[in-house]
Design a protein around this ligand. Structure first.
Ligand SMILES: [Fe+2]
Length: 259
């Protein structure tokens, strides 16, 4: 059962029986690469989360990172201008887990065994564990004017996000589903078209309070630059194995510290 603290901030349709449909939702996720739980957080809960995020923002760490779409090392078998090696970039600000108060709704959502069981069934995982390090489990990400997330595939095979605040212009999530061949080969020709803006992907018109789960290692995705307003996106980061830390390099990049 959902505990009462969580129930009080969820949207009306997210009652105990909603969460019993995990297996049919799992099919949608596998076919479409994405699941959006619209208005997962109700207006009262959103006000709380927006206030908390605004209070924490002055302590956020501003990062800018560069990577290729495959988030892997430079491959000198390919020219530097090839889609395999082209440089993408992300700029954002981030509040790591250890700065989010223990009594925050975000911690309660993340720790809820009821929701964790639901995510496990949805994602066909035996169990989900928090990060071993103190920074990486929940992150509040802030995208201000000009901030963007360049095209990439995720390393992890699923991502869970909660849109706490939406910007008024720009900041659109765009993706191409099922972009990786089963034999492990990459479709560099098509990725080149994506990076050159010759094709456009599926755009997700999220609203504040939406929870989104996507298969980011199969679908290449980006968030376009914020043009007006501020976008605040929380990521709930889980591991399939106990005792896993985010790499020191990534912690240094996104949080400015390793502990
Ligand atoms: Fe991603």
């Amino acid at each position: 059962m959902l505990d009462s603290d969580i129930k009080s901030i969820l949207g009306g349709k997210y009652n105990d029986s909603f969460f019993k449909q995990a297996s049919s939702l799992s099919n949608v996720l596998n076919n479409e690469g994405i699941l959006v739980f619209d208005s997962f957080i109700n207006p009262k809960g959103l006000i709380k989360l927006q206030k908390e995020a605004a209070e924490l923002k002055p302590n956020s760490y501003k990062s800018s990172s560069e990577y290729n779409a495959y988030v892997s090392d430079y491959d000198d078998k390919f020219p530097s201008e090839s889609p395999r090696n082209r440089i993408m970039s992300t700029t954002k600000k981030c509040i790591p887990n250890d700065l989010i108060p223990e009594d925050s709704i975000l911690q309660k959502l993340y720790d809820s065994s009821f929701l964790k069981d639901f995510f496990c069934e949805l994602l066909d995982k035996e169990n989900l564990y928090p990060y071993e390090d103190s920074l990486s489990s929940i992150n509040i990400n802030y995208y201000d004017k000009g901030d963007a997330l360049g095209w990439h595939f995720d390393n992890s095979d699923f991502t869970i996000t909660l849109l706490v605040k939406n910007c008024t212009k720009g900041g659109v999530y765009e993706f191409f589903n099922d972009m990786r061949y089963k034999d492990g080969k990459e479709d560099y020709d098509f990725v080149e078209k994506i990076l050159d803006n010759e094709v456009s992907g599926t755009k997700v018109d999220s609203i504040e309070g939406d929870l989104m789960i996507f298969k980011g290692n199969k679908s290449i995705h980006q968030v376009t630059a914020v043009e007006e307003g501020e976008r605040i996106l929380v990521t709930f980061n889980y591991n399939e194995k106990m005792g896993v830390s985010l790499s020191k390099k990534s912690r240094k990049t996104f949080f400015g510290r390793v502990k």
